[in-house]
Design a protein around this ligand. Sequence first.
Ligand SMILES: Nc1ncnc2c1ncn2[C@@H]1O[C@H](COP(=O)(O)OP(=O)(O)O)[C@@H](O)[C@H]1O
Ligand SMILES: [Mg+2]
Length: 260
Amino acid sequence: MKENLAIFTKDLKKKYGEIIAVNNLNLNIKSGETYGLLGPNGAGKTTTVRILNCIIKPNSGEGKVYGFDLATQSNKIKKHTGYLPESPALYDKLTAVEYLEFVGELYYLPKELIMSRSEDLLKLFQLYERKEDLIEEYSRGMKQRLCLCAAIFHDPEIIFLDEPTSNLDPVGSKMVKDLISLLSKKANKTIFICTHLLDVAEELCNRIGIIKEGILELEGTTQEIIALKDSDDLEEAYLNIFGRSKFEDLLFWRDNKIEK
Ligand SMILES: Nc1ncnc2c1ncn2[C@@H]1O[C@H](COP(=O)(O)OP(=O)(O)O)[C@@H](O)[C@H]1O
Ligand SMILES: [Mg+2]
């Protein structure tokens, strides 16, 4: 593996029957980068991040995360990485405090550290007042914030976030963006974000990879992608890659219907 790469993959491929969800993916992400994997629904982002977190195995190809091999060193990888899944499974009958205690124990953290860190994070994420309530009573945004607490609880070097601001209201979304920015700039973490949201990619990521039907089409800074696609902004570049809806077709269809 090349030096200093937090995430490295070579020709990763994952198939589901006939569907090639990830097609020969090559990633070279340096330590300290905030990388955004950007693409529409079904492009292969979640599949990629699940492979990188050793939840599923690729059909072929190889990779390393924090210098450890995806195929043989999953336990070592998990020690150094945090993961916010797209659809997290929480334990509804636990309180936030109990849940974080459980997460801390999974990482063999000392009891005092678990208690103090849990208190700090719950305050930071504005969950402290509700910390003794059952998770089933939380709103979607509160659950997402709790999952973020869990993802960073053991202070991992690499943090994977799958659609971190989806389903959050503007205040929740801003809070999460500020946190990501802080982790990246002040704590020098490597952050890998999967998103279909242009604002998340543009505001937070040093480098963006655009994925379409499992293939990494384009990589670069926002400015590089805009220039490569001869566009004025990231939205235009994105639409040039993925196409625009032709609503004129709908009018034509309606006209035909009326004619009879
Ligand atoms: N467990 C699965 N079984 C079958 N097909 C799947 C499964 N997970 C993902 N896919 C398919 O793989 C493709 C990529 O999906 P996904 O990685 O979830 O994309 P994204 O996160 O970019 O929306 C889609 O066509 C999706 O339907
Ligand atoms: Mg997804």
